[in-house]
Ligand binder design. Structure first.
Ligand code: SAH
Ligand code: SF4
Ligand code: F3S
Length: 473
């Protein structure tokens, strides 16, 4: 994925990421499922849990739609456009259902939770609807749907973390994997649908997280990304006589598995990331120098309306602290253009904080009102679409400039790069990443290298999205 994306490009990129999984030996199964995932990394991680539950039931994963007995869409509700994409896809599958008797289509994830049984009742687009905390009931729901019943379970849970389910890695490069460390979100950012679609925050047992990371490492993986909507509020209390584990401690435990295992995490909320996390990062070179620290807006007034609970000054002080403790740390952000009541001055504050922070990448969106959210209930979505889009374009232009400047500063320097695989553009080149999460492309000048190897690369050239270099012997 490129480093800076507009809302539309972002959704397209995400769509491009929608994947159909592949099973090691599809022939050992009588029945097959096809799954496509949309939205954030958490949804992709969830699809791997779903794959594991289905495999237990004798369903093998397939990439071929024609072979599928069950089609699942793991959906996202974050912006209206994400939902539209899924609806379009479902109408395509409806046509398929007409010609293929017995084919079942199911909606999983955040749209299932938001729209509940609407898909089944009003639109008759699908056979089953399963919310993010109800995947364990998939086997029964599939039976019910096959028997012609309406199969729906969108109950949210306060405990479910799927801790004991070993994910089946789908479409993996065998080098990097996502590991879910918590679910849900207790923040109530005014624009955001996630607390409604994913429920209350809960943390997964650190022992099962460690076991999963160790297992990945033993199987040749060299990078884990610990996932949660707000990782810095990770908090697991084991039995009464044992001390609770916070995020910094979890990070340290995972980092100690091996110096050869890179550790990443996402997402950090600016109000919650602590000095303890930053100093833990500084202590271990295998904890990657990269923090995704979404600002959303640079205006204190807008931040308050958004209920982000920090000010512009607080955010800038966090950036300063990161630079102080981790001078070589990459920082990226999420930004929303045109939130309710945003003035030109508020918008300029956003452009200004982007420059102050010197983001290496940015994910940028225009505000999309979501039913049921605080903003929908309390504010008027009053910024016209053309102004939202114009401000977004200005934000994108600044980010392009910042990404290019950041990459240009790396030309002439050497980096340790973890090889992920062939470069997409040219099979004669390897593609990998620096600790700062920047994509590096370099020629396959030395025999014997493979995905999962660490190499030293000297950077010769760059674009705003990629560093190009060569092996240092
Ligand atoms: N938990 C993460 C964000 C998850 S959603 C965090 O707190 O940072 C990913 C991003 O989508 C958000 O950071 C925000 O920038 C964007 N987003 C969420 N709701 C949105 C909406 N209603 N309209 C536009 N963008 C939105
Ligand atoms: Fe949404 Fe805010 Fe929670 Fe992130 S922290 S998932 S933006 S409510
Ligand atoms: Fe989308 Fe749900 Fe993630 S709304 S961004 S898939 S938590």
């Amino acid at each position: 994925m490129s480093h800076t994306l507009t809302d539309q490009q972002h959704d397209e990129a995400r769509q491009g990421e929608a994947f159909a999984p592949f099973a090691e030996d599809p022939n050992q199964y009588d029945r097959h499922f096809f799954i496509e995932s949309y939205g954030c990394q958490m949804n992709f991680a969830d699809s791997e849990i779903v794959a594991s539950i289905l495999q237990e039931q004798g369903f093998g994963a397939t990439r071929q739609l024609e072979k599928a007995d069950l089609i699942l869409l793991n959906t996202c509700s974050i912006r209206e456009k994400a939902e539209q994409t899924v609806r379009k896809r479902l109408t395509e599958f409806k046509k398929l259902k007409k010609v293929r008797k017995g084919l079942l289509v199911g909606v999983l994830g955040c749209m299932a939770e938001r729209l509940k049984s609407k898909f089944l009742e009003e639109e008759k687009l699908v056979d089953l609807v399963v919310g993010p905390d109800a995947y364990r009931t998939l086997p029964q729901l599939i039976e019910e749907a096959a028997g012609g019943q309406k199969a729906v379970n969108v109950l949210l849970s306060r405990e479910e973390t799927y801790a004991d389910i070993a994910p089946v890695r789908l479409d993996s490069n065998g080098v990097s994997a996502f590991v879910s460390i918590m679910r849900g979100c207790n923040n109530m950012c005014a624009f955001c649908v996630v607390p409604f679609t994913r429920g209350r925050e809960r943390s997964r047992d650190h022992r099962s997280i460690l076991a999963e990371c160790q297992d990945l490492f033993d199987n040749g993986y060299r990078e884990v990304t610990l996932l949660g909507q707000n990782v810095d509020s990770y908090h697991f209390s084991p039995e009464a006589d044992q001390a609770p584990v916070n995020f910094a401690q979890l990070l340290e435990q995972v980092a100690r598995i091996s110096p050869l295992l890179r550790v990443r995490f996402s997402t950090s909320h600016p109000k919650d990331i602590t000095d303890e996390v930053l100093t833990t990062m500084a202590k271990y070179t295998n904890i990657c120098r990269y923090i995704h620290l979404p600002v959303q807006s640079g205006s204190t007034r807008i931040l308050q309306l958004m209920n982000r609970t920090y000010t512009r000054e607080w955010y800038k002080a966090k950036v300063d602290r990161i630079r102080e403790i981790l001078p070589d740390c990459g920082i990226s952000s999420d930004i929303i253009a045109g939130f309710c009541t945003e003035t030109e001055e508020d918008h300029r504050d956003t452009l200004d904080i982007m420059r102050y922070s010197g983001y290496d990448y940015g994910y940028m969106f225009f505000y999309s009102e979501r039913p049921g959210t605080l903003a929908h209930r309390r504010y008027v979505d009053d910024i016209p679409l053309d102004i939202k889009k114009q401000r977004l374009q200005e934000i994108v232009a600044v980010q392009y400039e910042l990404s290019l400047t950041s990459n240009q500063q790396d030309v002439g320097k050497e980096f340790e790069v973890l090889i992920e695989g062939d470069s997409k553009r040219d099979e004669q080149d390897w593609m990998g990443r620096t600790s700062q999460n920047k994509v590096v492309v370099f020629p396959k000048s030395k025999a014997g290298l493979k995905a999962g190897d660490y190499v030293r690369i000297k950077i010769d050239q760059c674009t705003k999205a990629t560093l190009m270099g060569r092996l240092v012997e």
